[in-house]
Design a binder for this molecule. Structure first.
Ligand code: NA7
Length: 535
């Protein structure tokens, strides 16, 4: 360790001051522990701080995408829309930080460069751009989608126009009026930003490799009656998150398309199209597992695209061919309608891929002169934030190397060879296949309880056993193998990143996960080891 910099010794270092990091701080500080949160940015908020592109919005309803740990907070805060936009979520997170006086324990503009476990002292040594820390526990609250994927396209580094990325959008106003703009990628970020950008630009060239399924959000001002009703029974309402497979409240997923009358199914899907957003097919348990049922929901959306988009050739190119849900379902505000605008042009990269980027142009089927290039090319999902820095466990093992052939974690909370290290919504937990807010709170509460239990029971270290981790990831894969998720190329299984191991990482099924987590915990943290002397 570089001793020239000051050494600080809290009980716990938390990396990241996003939704997970700030609640983890609040929770552990209330237990009397000394905490330091290290945040790379000069502002808290994580995802909601970085992703400031026009149209950025949460695709989970506001009343569900909010903390539930404090009754007064959830009663006091009022959301202005059904689905909250990025600025309002950031304002909310700042309000939470102020309300619970969290800022004083967050070190901003401090980036972790290395975290190394010292086997003699059983402490984590954490090196940053500003100092050194030594702590008993190290918690990574670094998010599932925080390391952007920069595409490897010839000429990109020599582009002389304005280069933007949805995941690092500038804070100052970006004036795109009268510009010729290209956007690469058609995932959620792009689908949200395209309708906004298209309003002002001269020409928008959309470079699409894979079309995506998107459901209209039908967003609007918060319905005060709905809000009052939910607030009058908030605890009960929150419980609904735990009974749906994807953690979405208000949707029972007991019905099967295979056993239903097709007219009734289509009527229900019409209802869902109008009202449910991300929960579009959530009411039917067989959509993720039965290809025929899946096709019913998929073709419903394709027909909608063909109804909305006037030019049949463009409509056809916008129709996804893979199983619906296999890639993350998108939720939009006028996405498909945007392709009826004369200034919006769809370029199908399956027919002619991007050849190169010039100083002021992009070339695929032809060369397009552009002023601005926007990358909306996704993230090194679920593992990027953990493998992009040096996390060194016992015997000098580097996490990046241990995960070279695919990430393995126990419950998405602990990793073998890395004692006293916790990840919030790590690989092997429902995370990105659930409503992140309750999933984050579930993990934060679990970690806090676990540390409390260790203190009460004089346990110095905790580490997941290799056997438990192996068995857990087998279960993750076994469940995924029963679904359409496993066979679809997506960032759920690392296929969007060149050279990344193909491994399916989210646990599918919030209720099953919760049941197993509770069972393991009540069994004295079965699968975790508290004595490393024999390892
Ligand atoms: P996504 O969903 O990973 O979308 C990235 C898009 O970029 C997707 O359409 C990719 O096509 C495309 N892409 C990536 N690399 C390239 C290259 N080299 N050439 C052309 N196209 C490319 O990321 P988002 O940011 O939109 O959304 C991520 C999540 O953030 C979202 O689900 C929400 O939870 C919030 P591909 O599909 O790989 O063919």
């Amino acid at each position: 360790m570089d001793q020239s910099k000051t050494l600080t010794s809290p009980d716990v270092v938390i990396v990241g001051a996003g939704v997970a990091g700030i609640y983890m701080l609040h929770k552990l500080r209330n237990m009397g522990l000394k905490i330091v949160v290290l945040e790379k940015s000069d502002e808290l908020g994580g995802t909601w701080n970085w992703n400031r592109y026009p149209g950025a919005r949460c695709d989970i309803p506001s009343l569900e995408y909010s903390y539930q740990f404090d009754e007064e907070l959830q009663q006091d805060w009022n959301w202005s829309e059904k689905y909250s936009a990025q600025p309002e979520i950031l304002e909310y997170l700042n309000h939470v930080a102020d309300r619970f006086d969290l800022r004083k324990d967050i070190n901003f503009e401090e980036e972790v460069l290395e975290a190394k476990f010292n086997e003699e002292s059983s402490l984590w040594n954490i090196k940053t751009n500003k100092g050194n820390y030594e702590s008993k526990f190290c918690i990574f609250a670094t998010g599932c989608l925080s390391v952007p994927n920069k595409p490897d396209i010839e000429g990109l580094d020599k582009f002389e126009g304005q280069l933007l990325s949805t995941s690092y959008w500038p804070r100052e106003e970006v004036d795109l009026s009268d510009k010729n703009v290209a956007i690469i990628g058609t995932g959620s970020s792009s689908i949200q930003t395209i309708p906004e950008i298209a309003k002002e630009v001269q020409n928008l060239y959309v470079f699409q490799r894979t079309p995506n399924y998107s459901i209209p959000s039908n967003n609007g001002p918060m319905d005060k009656e709905v809000e009052a009703d939910i607030k009058s029974r908030y605890t009960e309402f929150r419980k609904e998150n735990w009974s749906n497979g994807f953690g979405i409240a208000g949707i029972s997923d007991e019905a099967l398309i295979a056993e239903s009358d097709i007219d009734e199914v289509n009527n229900q899907l019409e209802e869902n199209w109008k009202n449910n957003g991300l929960g579009f097919f959530g009411g039917y348990a067989d959509v993720p597992v039965d290809a025929n049922a899946n096709e019913v929901a998929a073709s419903f959306v394709r027909n909608k695209i063909k109804e909305i988009v006037k030019d049949p050739e463009t409509a056809d190119k916008l129709c996804p061919k893979y199983h619906i849900g296999g890639k993350r379902l998108c939720v939009d505000t006028g996405y498909f309608e945007t392709f009826n605008q004369e200034n919006v042009h769809l370029i199908d990269l399956t027919a002619s891929p991007i050849k190169r980027i010039g100083e002021c142009s992009i070339e695929a089927d032809q060369e397009y002169e552009i002023d601005t290039l926007i990358l909306a090319t996704g993230f090194d999902a679920m593992t990027g934030a953990l493998t992009s820095l040096d996390i060194v466990g016992r015997n000098g093992i580097v996490l990046r190397d241990q995960w070279e052939k695919g990430a393995k974690s126990y419950l998405g909370l602990g990793v073998s060879n890395f004692p006293n290290l916790f990840t919030i919504t790590g690989p092997g937990s429902p995370s990105v296949l659930s409503n992140m807010m309750p999933s984050i709170e579930q993990h934060v509460n679990w970690i806090a309880d676990c540390i409390g239990w260790m203190i009460d029971n004089n346990k110095n270290v905790i580490e997941s056993s290799i056997a438990a981790e192996e068995e857990w990831m087998e279960l993750v894969n076994e469940i995924a193998g029963m679904t359409i998720f496993k066979s679809t190329e997506s960032w759920y299984n690392g296929s969007n990143i060149a050279d990344k191991a193909n491994a399916f990482l989210p646990f599918i099924g919030v209720p099953v996960y919760t049941e197993k987590l509770e069972e393991i915990t009540s069994n004295n943290y079965q699968g975790f080891i508290f004595d490393l002397s024999n390892k």
